[in-house]
Design a protein around this ligand. Structure first.
Ligand SMILES: C[S@@+](CC[C@H](N)C(=O)[O-])C[C@H]1O[C@@H](n2cnc3c(N)ncnc32)[C@H](O)[C@@H]1O
Length: 223
């Protein structure tokens, strides 16, 4: 779901850039994408996160995707011409990612899945596009933060089937993502670094049903 004017204002400002910079610093403490990595940021907004990710990790390829064309247009203005050559911006939906299975080394998402109507489908998509051993770095918020008696009048979010800690962690486990590092505030949200399990022999399709996962090169089993 696209942001309303209030949340657009809340994320498109220098304070948010400072917060995101701290989040990425925290994420940088565990195994991070190397210079050969192919990385995606979903829900990239105006591109401030992609800018920070490029500076900190220098991945070989950085894709940045957002549902909202206006955000992508803003990102084109926010990023310098040099950065624009290294960051592939596209309009897209986390629930239907335009990448092949096992294509990416890492996916980042800052405050995005709680905006997705089908957040479980979005999570399944993130797991699908990650290589085995690939990393999912995220920041997510809980309804007690974004739908409390004040914020529900200011911001716009989907209301059905929202998640708190338990549902989100169960859904991560269901798509074979295992925790490496987690920082959680009960009534606020969660920061996480998860890894796609190496020995996962099944994956979930967009409907959440298990399907056999084709063996990656180098991980083939002789049976
Ligand atoms: C709260 S903003 C966060 C923006 C930026 N990541 C940040 O941290 O400042 C959520 C972003 O996710 C995007 N978004 C919402 N639903 C989405 C979806 N289904 N697929 C991709 N992006 C989505 C919105 O357009 C918005 O730019």
């Amino acid at each position: 779901m696209k942001l309303n004017w209030a949340e657009r204002w809340a994320v498109n400002n220098p304070v948010r850039v400072m917060v995101q910079s701290q989040l990425i610093r925290w994420m940088n403490k565990v195994r991070v994408p190397g210079p050969e990595a192919v990385v995606l940021e979903v829900g990239c907004g105006r591109g401030a996160g992609a800018d920070l990710l490029l500076k900190r990790f220098q991945p070989r390829t950085l894709h940045a995707l957002d549902l909202d064309l206006k955000m992508i247009q803003q990102a084109k203005k926010y990023l310098s011409p040099v950065q624009r050559k290294k960051i592939f911006l596209c309009v897209g939906d986390v629930e239907h990612l335009p990448y092949g299975d096992h294509a990416l080394d890492a996916v980042f998402s800052f405050g995005v899945l709680h905006h997705a109507l089908n957040w479980r489908g979005g999570l399944a998509e993130i797991a699908r596009v990650l290589k085995r051993g690939g990393m999912y770095f995220f920041e997510e918020l809980y309804p007690s933060f974004y739908q409390n008696f004040v914020t529900k009048h200011v911001f716009l979010h989907p209301e059905q089937d929202r998640f708190v800690s338990r549902e989100f962690k169960e859904a991560l486990a269901k798509v074979n993502l295992a925790p490496l590092r987690c920082l959680e505030r009960e009534r606020v949200g969660i920061l996480g670094i998860y890894i796609k399990k190496m020995n996962s022999l099944t994956s979930l399709n967009r409907e959440g049903h298990q399907t056999p996962e084709p063996a990656d090169k180098g991980h083939q089993r002789n049976e």
